[in-house]
Write a protein that binds this ligand. Structure first.
Ligand code: UD1
Ligand code: CA
Length: 424
């Protein structure tokens, strides 16, 4: 590709009316990250620069979530449509010569390669605008691509403004478009809002360009699922499902057994080693690391900050939060393990609860190598169970009453077990 400048302009200011939410739409999460995170990453991976994003209501919240991302934020004061959003970016692009890729903030499945493909076509065809289009079974809600007798794009008609015949068109606007920058900003200024929504549609730029005999090109996306936009909670779930399958397929490719992909919930940024088996109804959140040869599930919840080392097993109805589970350690039934550091070869009995929260603060519990925590034990943090130590079934180990290496405690509150003197 040439060394033309290529900027991303992400539209993320919309009201998200159809979400019926108090939170900006682009902050709704897909597999553990706000949908906007994926679009930003795609723009970065496609080497677009600068990356600019138009934000509106709730923009403080949005910027806070992305305070470390290199994004040039633009404020759209009132949300008067996608064309208006682009207009509000105009001043930032004064003097800019190059291409601008418009990316809606609500298309998290978009792959960076698709952006690159679009730009290649755009530059090869020397078009003023190149639209990424898709053929879909259900075009409801999308802008329709209307072509002329010779097959060239004539206009884009929004769903609410389409005639009956146009509603039948199955080729839709993905919302992803490459523009020659100066042409774009010159043309958006002429948009009108005389349509069903009373908004300035970016899509009307196409008709305006055509009237000026500028070249408008279109590229059909291979996999139409990639450009699914999220407007409603149902679409949020639909996109979430596809993203989840992508994550699961990648893990399976890497040698992880996932017994029932449809009933396994693994968020992004999770690492799992080969030959680990994930049993059904397991939820693993972003940032968790699971080593090789482990077993997780069924019905296990691994939360933020959890690390399972090689060969460890966490099973039925066990929740781990910020827990280190050492090599070959087992916690297989009905436990809550929060803020714990567990060594190797330990056994956490059924129903063990770590009481990490005293109502004000969270505290750490340390369980050392080969410790045996009896069924139904409650460990009140901060507390330490020494190497090879044992707690009896139902023991309540109170805070700071550390159990020494090799020690045995029983009862409520737990006290060292007195060995009965053997009769001679
Ligand atoms: C838009 C397109 C439609 C396309 C579809 C693809 C227009 C008029 N329509 O429709 O042709 O098929 O995307 O998904 O462009 N936004 C702003 N400011 C605003 C309004 C919207 O920043 O004033 C942002 C939104 O946050 C969103 C994006 O622009 O991320 C698209 O807006 P949305 O309302 O979702 O447009 P669609 O109705 O989906
Ligand atoms: Ca949308």
């Amino acid at each position: 590709m040439s060394d033309r400048k290529r900027s991303a302009l992400i539209l993320a200011a919309g009201k998200g009316v159809r979400m019926k939410s108090d939170m900006p739409k682009v902050l709704h999460k897909v597999c553990g990250a706000p949908m906007l995170a994926y679009v930003l990453e795609a723009a970065r991976a496609a080497r677009l620069s600068p990356i600019r994003a138009v934000v509106g209501r709730g923009r403080g919240q949005v910027r806070k979530q992305f305070d470390r991302a290199k994004v040039d934020w633009i404020h759209q004061k009132k949300q008067a449509g996608t064309g208006h959003a682009v207009m509000s970016a105009g001043p930032k692009y004064r003097g800019f010569r190059g291409d601008v890729v418009i990316l809606p903030g609500d298309v998290p499945l978009l792959a960076p390669q698709t952006i690159t493909l679009l730009l290649h076509a755009h530059e090869r065809m020397k078009a003023a605008c190149t639209i990424l289009t898709a053929r879909v079974d259900d075009p409801a809600g999308y802008g329709r691509i209307v072509r002329d007798g010779r097959g060239a794009v004539r206009v884009i008609v929004e769903h609410g403004d389409a005639t009956k015949a146009q509603l039948k068109i199955s080729e839709i606007n993905s919302g992803i478009m490459a523009f020659d920058g100066p042409t774009l900003f010159e043309t958006v200024r002429e948009l009108k809002n005389d349509n069903s929504q009373g908004e300035y549609y970016l899509t009307d730029v196409i008709g305006l360009l055509k009237r000026r005999r500028k070249k408008v090109a279109a590229v059909l996306v291979d996999d139409s699922r990639e450009i699914l936009g999220i407007n409603s909670r149902a679409q949020l779930a639909q996109v979430g499902r596809i993203m989840r399958m992508r994550i699961i397929e990648r893990l399976m490719d890497e040698g992880v057994t996932i017994v029932d992909p449809e009933n396994t919930y693994i968020e992004r940024d999770v690492e799992i080693g080969r030959d680990t088996v994930i049993l059904p109804y397991t939820v693993i959140q972003s940032g968790v690391r699971v080593g090789r040869g482990c077993e997780v599930g069924p019905f296990t919840h691994l939360r933020v900050g959890t690390v399972m080392e090689e060969g460890s097993e966490v099973g039925n109805f066990t929740e781990v939060k910020k827990g280190l589970i050492g090599k070959r350690t087992k916690a297989k039934h009905l436990s809550y393990l929060g803020d714990v550091k567990i060594g190797a070869d330990a056994n956490i009995g059924a129903g063990t609860i770590v009481a990490n929260y005293d109502g004000r603060k969270k505290h750490l519990t340390v369980i050392e190598d080969r410790a045996f925590v009896g069924s139904g034990s409650v460990l009140i943090a901060p507390v330490k169970i020494g190497t090879g130590a044992i707690t009896g079934a139902g023991a309540v180990v109170t805070r700071n009453h550390d159990v020494p290496n090799g020690g045995v405690v029983v009862g409520v509150p737990a006290r060292p077990l007195k060995k009965k003197k053997k009769r001679r």
